[in-house]
Design a protein around this ligand. Structure first.
Ligand SMILES: Nc1nc2c(ncn2[C@@H]2O[C@H](COP(=O)(O)OP(=O)(O)OP(=O)(O)O)[C@@H](O)[C@H]2O)c(=O)[nH]1
Ligand SMILES: [Mg+2]
Length: 239
């Protein structure tokens, strides 16, 4: 994987109270291949921001919410960056898979590449059965969305993904919570982007507490939001 003269990669990591893992995640970045690593910390009460900065990240802040953090990171990326990569700050995504995500974009074969944990190798316990079920269910429901059926076969809604920045800007992302990932997937299909899904590995979080999957209230809230996005964005005509 080699970024062309014209291509620069910004890695964006939303992180809320991930002090135990964020240092490891930032230090494992392939620094010779990326232009920067941005950690978006919106309201951590621990040392997430300080640990990220001392590991070499640029730390920015945002309004509360997962999507809000992703959006703020996208806007704060270096002006010269043409490819944006997103991953979680808990150490669950495997950065060694980065070339699989950015390679097809650098080669001009894709505009949006999403990692599928369902199709990849998962460490035992890294995804709860409820998460695997939700990914399958949403994947099946998405087949009923005509634009998605035509251009993509999604099996997951994982965070680890890469997109051409100019394409992301066309999507006019608006979901400021956990609907962000799915909104990107549906709108990418509606816009006719060249979409690729590739298997990625997935581990247990390194430390700290789950904000979503391992928290019943948060999972219900996130699940409701995801379904709402599926129907509202999926059924809306392309703007
Ligand atoms: N900036 C920001 N980051 C968030 C917010 N909520 C979650 N995150 C981050 O988003 C990522 C995903 O959250 P997780 O708690 O790992 O959710 P999960 O992967 O479903 O749950 P686990 O299986 O326990 O890892 C992590 O890096 C969180 O720190 C938020 O409101 N703001
Ligand atoms: Mg996680």
């Amino acid at each position: 994987m080699r970024a062309g003269v014209a291509d620069q990669i910004s890695v964006i990591i939303p992180a809320l109270n991930e002090a135990e893992s964020i240092g490891f995640v930032v230090r494992s970045m392939p620094w010779d291949r990326i232009a920067e690593c941005l950690v978006v910390d919106n309201g951590s009460t621990d040392a997430t921001g300080a640990n990220a900065a001392s590991a070499g990240a640029r730390v920015v802040t945002a309004e509360r919410g997962y999507g809000s953090a992703c959006l703020a990171g996208s806007r704060a990326a270096l002006p010269a960056s043409t490819i944006l990569v997103y991953l979680d700050g808990d150490g669950a995504d495997v950065i060694e898979d980065l070339p699989k995500l950015v390679g097809p974009i650098l080669e001009g074969r894709a505009d949006f590449v999403i990692g599928s944990r369902i199709r990849g190798r998962r460490e035992a316990g890294s995804m709860l059965p409820s998460q695997v079920f939700a990914a399958h269910l949403v994947g099946r429901l998405l087949r009923w969305v005509p634009s998605v059926r035509r251009s993509a076969r999604y099996t997951d809604m994982g965070a680890f993904r890469a997109i051409r920045r100019s394409c992301l800007e066309e999507l006019a992302m608006a979901e400021l919570t956990y609907g962000w990932n799915l909104e990107m997937q549906i709108k990418a299909a509606q816009r006719g982007l060249r979409i690729l899904e590739v298997p990625v590995d997935y581990r247990n979080r390194i430390g700290g507490e789950s904000k979503v999957a391992g928290n019943l209230r948060a999972s219900i809230k996130a699940g409701t939001r995801i379904l709402e996005v599926l129907f509202r964005v999926g059924l809306s005509p392309k703007k």
